[in-house]
Design a binder for this molecule. Structure first.
Ligand SMILES: C[S@@+](CC[C@H](N)C(=O)[O-])C[C@H]1O[C@@H](n2cnc3c(N)ncnc32)[C@H](O)[C@@H]1O
Length: 339
């Protein structure tokens, strides 16, 4: 099979993690990393891309439209360009590894960066009309009813058009049935786990496990995960989402764990916004960080997500990297430390 082009979409700030994961796939080459997007090509079946854990979603790259325009008059151009989309070859590539109904029922997803006088819904309608005019396909606004999803990712004036490889978005995990406030997107959780750069079978701890997303991703990646939380609600959600992971009700300021036993601590800390904390955040962070340092093996990694990174002054922990991402409509920071 000749190489086919693809692009993945990610959380802003975690593009490099998806690029790294893609590069490790046999036959895959990353050609561009941009805002929320990683593009590449793969020789052999693109079905191998469906195992990606850090990408929110992955698409066959159909085409790129330039100078999309920000006024409502651009919508007619979207319809016209959609009428000329060459989609059959991409559909056959996808049909080689999964069922697609006949006639095809399709949905459209659109998002954009940059100001416009029209909405994402306007773009969907315009593009759906063009595709329906050119193909014997039926549009549905409900993605759950669709065999295929046509994606428009518009970065200022450039629209990247793709057909989703999987029936459902890649970041939707079947294990994640329980939610709590502040719960991470699984693809972002997987990226945090990968930042710890662990050896196979390593021991990973999440002391503020919430609904257990980091633990579930760590277990899926083959690590020995262990977690806990202070609230019974969080623990019961984590039990549902990560049933194979040992869980303990604890206060992360006093972990009932022996010293120097964890290869990594990966955690989405309470930020004091969505999740209520019962003492000043600074004090909670200082005490918890001392415990994290104590339980980490020498050289072990701590990967911590918080909107208050300035409070993370960990004596005895070396700062490796710190960078902002976009999540929950906020801009929290990922901090990577080493014991
Ligand atoms: C941001 S949430 C974690 C979300 C989790 N990563 C997920 O994806 O669901 C923070 C969690 O810290 C817990 N927490 C707050 N204070 C704690 C403490 N002192 N010890 C342990 N857990 C605590 C909260 O109950 C909450 O579940």
């Amino acid at each position: 099979m000749p190489a086919v082009r693809f692009f993945g979409l990610t959380t802003r700030g975690l593009e490099f993690a998806a690029a790294r994961e893609m590069t490790a796939i046999r036959g895959a080459v990353v050609t561009a990393t941009a805002y929320r997007r990683v593009s590449g090509s793969i020789s052999g079946s693109p079905a191998r891309l469906l195992n990606l854990r850090t990408a929110d979603d992955i698409y066959l790259d159909v085409t790129t439209w330039h100078e999309t325009g920000s006024q409502r008059s651009a919508l007619a151009a979207f319809t016209e360009q959609a009428r000329h989309l060459e989609l059959n070859a991409a559909v056959e590539i996808i049909r080689a590894f999964r069922q697609i109904g006949d006639p095809i029922v399709f949905s459209v997803t659109a998002s954009f960066v940059g100001k416009r006088n029209y909405s994402a819904d306007d773009i969907k309608q315009a593009v759906a009309a063009g595709v329906e005019a050119a193909y014997d396909w039926t549009y549905t606004p409900d993605d759950r009813e669709a065999d295929l999803n046509l994606r428009l990712f518009i970065d200022h004036e450039t629209a990247h058009i793709g057909l989703r490889l999987a029936r459902r978005a890649l970041h939707e995990r079947s294990y994640k049935t329980a939610q709590i406030a502040g719960s991470l997107k699984p693809s972002a959780a997987a990226a945090l786990v990968m930042l710890a750069e662990l050896a196979p079978g390593a021991r990973l701890l999440d002391p503020f496990c919430g609904a257990g997303t980091i633990l579930a991703e760590a277990a899926a990646l083959g690590y020995q995960a262990l977690g806990g939380d202070i609230t019974p609600e969080a623990l019961s959600a984590a039990r549902e989402n990560a049933p194979s992971v040992p869980l303990v009700r604890w206060d992360a300021r006093w972990l009932p764990l022996p010293s120097h036993t964890a290869d990594a601590v990966v955690s989405n800390l309470p930020w004091g916004r969505q999740v209520k904390v019962d003492q000043a955040l600074a004090e909670l962070y200082a005490q918890s960080l001392a415990e994290i340092r104590r339980v980490l093996k020498p050289g072990g990694a701590a990967v911590l997500l918080t909107s208050a990174p300035d409070l993370l002054s960990g004596d005895g922990l070396i700062l490796v990297s710190q960078f902002e991402i976009s999540l929950f409509g906020q801009k929290p920071t990922v901090t990577v430390l080493r014991a």
